[in-house]
Ligand binder design. Structure first.
Ligand code: AKG
Ligand code: FE2
Length: 256
């Protein structure tokens, strides 16, 4: 398999076609069809045409063994560590649904927000856990422009928001953690259409968004975030902090 390292280094994102075995994706899909969402506290819904529809399932690797298998696979870990040239550990993982009519996500940069911890202290987004995060997107069905694919911009665009983490947060926070329109129009985004078996890898500094699902075909994508960790077991700490935050947890989970 030819991997375009140069492109990844330049843009911070890369699509790798046919990276995963389609059969393994089908296994995830059938596991998902059997899953009892209504007993799960890590599930979020959205209202579409006056009905509650699934929006997000968090900690998906704890729930679907076949997702865990993919995350644990040497093949995936190796490619990510070769691309980033860093040792990586799992940080978080979720499945985002987007049923027909489901809402999009406004342009944002993951992990850039402030939150209040259980002692009432202000904390800075994901920065507490690491300085480097890498996302992998795994589609569970074919994802096209019509059913609300992700749009991604190069990581260098983050400089339009500020020269360091705190400056970026300041520019974003004026706008509910979203990229202000004036800056966003200067960012070139690419639609990332993916078929079952393809993956998208993107650096946490890449701006991204997605549109509403204008089709009747649902869109299901798994987002796995790895980090180069400063601390032991950042995943456990992150979810613990999320549970105990004094900020609005619902809002925080929307901010990743
Ligand atoms: O699922 C999508 O379309 C985008 C989700 C996203 O960017 C996020 O959850 O941070
Ligand atoms: Fe995001």
């Amino acid at each position: 398999m030819k991997i375009n390292y140069k492109e990844f280094n330049k843009k911070g994102f890369l699509v790798i076609k046919n990276f995963l075995n389609k059969k393994d994706i089908i296994k995830v899909s059938s596991e998902l069809n059997k899953y009892n969402f209504y007993k799960d506290k890590d599930v979020f819904f959205e209202r579409i045409n006056n009905k509650n529809r699934l929006r997000r399932l968090e900690k998906v690797s704890n729930k679907l063994p076949n997702v865990k298998k993919i995350i644990k696979s040497k093949k995936l870990k190796n490619i990510l560590e070769n691309l980033s040239k860093k040792k990586l550990v799992l940080f978080k993982d979720k499945l985002n649904f987007k049923y027909g009519g489901g809402a999009g996500y406004n342009p944002h940069i993951d992990g850039h927000y402030t939150w209040i911890d259980k002692n009432g202290n202000k904390n800075y987004g994901w920065k507490k856990y690491s300085n480097y995060f890498l996302n992998v997107v795994i589609p569970i069905n074919n994802v096209k422009i019509k059913n609300g694919c992700l749009y991604v911009g190069s990581k260098n665009n983050i400089k339009k928001l500020g020269n360091n983490y705190n400056q970026v947060i300041k520019s974003l926070s004026k706008n509910k953690s979203e990229i202000p329109k004036k800056i966003n129009t200067k960012i070139k985004y690419i639609p990332i259409e993916l078929n079952s078996g393809d993956i998208l890898v993107f650096d946490w500094k890449c701006p991204h968004y997605s549109k509403k699902n204008y089709s009747s075909l649902s869109r299901k994508q798994i987002y796995i975030t790895y980090c180069h960790s400063k601390i032991n077991n950042p995943r456990q700490k992150y979810y613990f902090d999320r549970m105990n935050t004094k900020s609005d947890n619902k809002k925080l989970s929307l901010l990743n």
